[in-house]
Design a protein around this ligand. Structure first.
Ligand SMILES: O=P(O)(O)OC[C@H]1O[C@](O)(CO)[C@@H](O)[C@@H]1O
Length: 393
């Protein structure tokens, strides 16, 4: 008998999608089928691609988990990661694994990895492009002009909150005090002092930023990186992105290029930032990494040695977004008051998570905050309205 997929791992049940009405269930039952349709609508796919998408839809709704075809990209790794899951319902295996494998299978269905005319065509590119052309990004970039007039501490705060709320895919770094004020109460843990202390303490600092979404999230992330380099908090930055499309809008190298171009094409201060970031890449002050583990269905506690060595050298690693948070602390139903430090003790250096809450996992809350959140009766864990800046020195 395979071990139950949600058997407690170090004390807390692993999240699966078995419970109807749960968040994880709704992602598999509603979101994934809808996504197949959206991708189908966005491209003039061939009959073969439509058939493959039909087969995937059938598999995720009424079927069982099937392995990748022999010889497919990453087949061996997925066979290993999926041991004990093939032949079972998508709903009963770990949520993190099921979601990750869904995205890998979607790429398979549209021929992303196969030699031919559709190789390398990002099925999410139309959505990413539309966002970059949209008014929210234009407003975010225009708001940069006001930033220069703020006192240095306020600039630090605005750039950091921009990167944080960019994960909600709105707000960005619009810095009018009203908006920052309005969201301040929803920041339920704020360890940001750790970030400034850590980065202010060394003249040769490397900061790693493990990116999440492209567009209105990656743009403020890049602006944060520029700010850290510009203010001397960091002398070297390493941006970790995905080696291939993942979780709809996760940033790939192509997205970094598109976002840099979008920043540099904007008027005013944004253009200067775009130019500086380009120079930083050209001089090696900003490196981009696309490690295969970034798309693995595993917690960071299981990261390979080369990635570990990379993080080990960093003065500080910044983890962006919900998925990275799940992988950082483990995608399990931890009591919300579990210590963030305990959950990240394995990490090879100081780490800070900037995350809006978009799934059930949460640690590091104090009992009072938790009680107040529970008393609201709102879906505060999953609605993206609340956020944390959680660090481990
Ligand atoms: O883009 P983010 O912040 O990583 O959020 C991704 C989140 O979205 C979902 O895929 C679906 O809402 C979550 O399961 C996941 O954690």
């Amino acid at each position: 008998m395979p071990e139950a997929a949600n058997a407690p791992e170090h004390g807390a049940p692993v999240i699966t999608s078995e419970t109807p009405g749960s968040f994880a269930w709704s992602v598999l039952d509603k979101r994934h089928p809808a996504l197949i349709q959206q991708v189908r609508d966005a491209f003039p796919y061939t009959p073969e691609q439509h058939q493959a998408l039909d087969a995937l839809l059938e598999e995720i709704t009424d079927g069982v988990i099937e392995p990748l075809p022999v010889g497919a990209h990453g087949e061996r790794e997925w066979a290993e990661w999926g041991k004990g899951y093939f032949g079972r319902s998508w709903f009963e295996v770990p949520f993190l694994w099921a979601e990750s494998y869904f995205y890998r299978k979607l790429l398979q269905a549209v021929g992303y990895f196969e030699p031919g005319p559709w190789q390398g065509i990002d099925p999410f590119a139309p959505f990413k492009r539309a966002e970059l052309r949209g008014s929210a990004v234009a407003e975010e970039l225009a708001a940069l002009d006001d930033l220069a007039d703020l006192p240095p501490d306020d600039q630090d705060r605005a750039v950091l909150l921009g990167a944080l709320w960019g994960n909600r895919a709105d707000l960005g770094f619009r810095i009018s005090s009203g908006e920052v004020e309005e969201n301040a109460g929803n920041l339920v843990v704020d360890d940001s002092a750790q970030l400034w202390d850590r980065l202010g303490s060394s003249s040769l600092a490397t900061v790693c930023l493990v990116a999440d979404n492209s567009g209105s999230e990656l743009i403020p992330d890049l602006i944060l990186i520029d700010h850290l380099l510009q203010t001397g908090r960091a002398t070297h930055a390493v941006l970790h992105i995905k080696p291939y499309p993942y979780y709809v809008s996760d940033a790939t190298t192509a997205d970094v290029i598109d976002c840099l171009r979008r920043i540099a094409e904007a008027p005013g201060r944004a253009r200067q930032i775009g130019g500086r970031l380009r120079d930083a890449m050209g001089s090696g002050r900003l490196d981009v990494r696309a490690h295969s583990f970034s798309c693995a269905p595993l917690p960071y506690a299981k990261m390979p040695v080369d990635l570990r060595a990379d993080f080990e050298q960093a003065t500080l690693t910044i983890f962006k977004g919900d998925l990275n948070y799940r992988r950082l602390v483990g995608d399990q139903l931890w009591p919300a008051t579990t210590s963030f430090t305990d959950r990240t003790v394995y990490f090879p250096g100081p780490v800070i998570a900037l995350r809006t809450l978009k799934s059930d996992v949460i640690v590091g809350l104090d009992a009072q905050t938790l009680a107040a959140l529970e008393a609201t009766g709102e879906a505060w864990r999953t609605s993206g309205t609340h956020a944390v800046i959680q660090g481990r020195p």
